[in-house]
Design a protein around this ligand. Sequence first.
Ligand code: ZN
Ligand code: ZN
Length: 439
Amino acid sequence: MDAPSVNVGILTEKAVIFVFNEEYVHTETGDFLIGEQRALYVNGSIIFNGKLYRELFFEPTSPKASFDLKAVTIGLDYHWQRKEDQCFRGALNLVAGQDTIMAINQIDVEEYLISVISSEMSATASSEFLKAHAVISRSWLMAQMTKNLRLADKNHPPYQSTFLTDDELIRWSDREDHDMFDVCADDHCQRYQGITRASTPLVAEAVFATRGQILVDGNEICDARFSKCCGGMTEKFENVWEPVPHSYLTTIADSEETDFPDLTIEAEADRWIRTLPPAFCNTHDKEILSQVLNNYDQETTDFFRWQVTYSQAEIAELIRRKTEIEFGDILDFIPLKRGSSGRIEKLRIVGTRRSFTIGKELEIRRALSESHLYSSAFVVDKETDGIAVVPHRFVLTGAGWGHGVGLCQIGAAVMGAQGYSYDKILTHYYPSASIEKRY
Ligand SMILES: [Zn+2]
Ligand SMILES: [Zn+2]
């Protein structure tokens, strides 16, 4: 059975310049095309070779045929945002949108996976770890494609993820969905650059070895989330995003230990975060970290436990800027609710002028860091001079990197290096899920 195709949104521009490196056919006219082409957006239509279209579909005439898209923006909204020419296999679909042309690459799911996993993973990763990643990336993609079909249903209730009162802001940031295609090519979904960069042979092998395999939980395709480092315990889906439990995204200890504390209890979380419990992701092994952290400089290997220190002036200014709330001097941080991995879900910020509660974890990480705090699993030590009431320094001691839900990439890389098979790695992190071969 053939693999399904995925529609990946690559760019949106008034003018799209593209080059067919081999022969492509324009399906509507039957014209064969090769070389540089231009499409221009005018008044709701696309002008191509002197004619107006709502949509254009170009199919390759051979499986190895490729096309280039000129000046694709990569790293959208990141500090390294730039434009580059990119090369793709498969079909090119141009659609007239609100006021631009959307360029969409329709590609075989397996080819798409080789590209996205190659750009995410280093070439040194173990094959079992790469196979596990291939299965979760495929599951995530298929879940996304299924979800888009469901959301296209007009009877679907609107999705709400922000809850604001005078006293608190609880917000989570799940992926917003796309309506013209299945997934975008940016980090928002999974970074995809076609065949611009050579794929890693080990990744291609891992994708091929697991062809068609996805994670399912009953009839449901698993939305297989993952993050860099859980910190010793994984987090439940509902503590990070929409409060709807998923049995395969529950909490597990990232080790062979069966005895572990309840980290929703403050004293237990405090002890856990300040110590180094056994866990697969409790590693400083640079070789293993480099498998997960592609292009990472590895100057620091402190992800399992980390520390950040702020002066009163720094933290007060930072929080005022990030939350746009006048707290005055910061007096305290009170965790009102922790998730099962010790991540704070609701944090009370107490200032001399006012207090306010924020959540969930991403909101907290954004408010307390110039970019993002590694995680919201942290404890705070206040340092005060003599009899002063206002602390002059705050030390945050934390655990893990990322939201902590689902597979822990550093832990999974360690499991792979220790000889665990990919199916063992997957059932460790997604306990109620099983592997199913769909094609
Ligand atoms: Zn996206
Ligand atoms: Zn872990």
